[in-house]
Ligand binder design. Structure first.
Ligand code: 5GP
Ligand code: ZN
Length: 133
């Protein structure tokens, strides 16, 4: 399979690796949005979180936690934005699951995750009905 993140996760092509455990790696993004912008890549190829076996979901989150702790200790940011672009419409460019960890600083000029979109067409009650029906 010709997947760039599989190749990075298995060290077939170089990256700025800053973390590794049995199931995931953490690499510096080549186009960082903040100092220490990391991508967490599961070693097993999946496009999205939906394909991750339930018993392995925790492994990815553990890597996210460990890397966040490492960055906090070494870079001393004021906070973090942590998230996944799921699907092309949401901005996913690489079809191999990756979690962005972006250290944040008070003066970095960025916003919160929910500020990236404003598209509320139905009431909260209507949406709840749809989800629970
Ligand atoms: P997405 O938009 O898919 O959530 O994010 C893809 C991210 O991967 C982008 O931030 C982009 O800079 C990063 N990226 C793409 N190709 C490479 C690569 O070959 N190496 C590294 N380290 N990052 C990459
Ligand atoms: Zn892959």
């Amino acid at each position: 399979m010709d997947c760039i993140f599989c190749k990075i996760a298995h060290k077939e092509i170089p990256s700025h690796l800053i973390y590794e455990d049995v199931s995931a790696v953490g690499i510096l993004d080549i186009h960082p949005r903040t100092p220490g912008h990391v991508l967490v890549l599961p070693k097993a190829h999946v496009v999205s979180i939906k394909e991750v076996p339930s018993e392995s979901v925790g492994d990815i989150f553990l890597a996210v936690k460990n890397i966040t702790t490492l960055l906090e200790e070494k870079l001393k940011p004021d906070g973090f934005t942590i998230g996944i672009n799921h699907g092309e419409i949401a901005g996913q460019e690489v079809p191999h699951l990756h979690v962005h960890i972006m250290p944040r600083w008070r003066d970095d000029g960025g916003g919160c995750i929910q500020s990236i979109v404003q598209y509320q067409k139905e009431s909260v009650e209507e949406i709840k009905k749809k989800i629970l029906s």
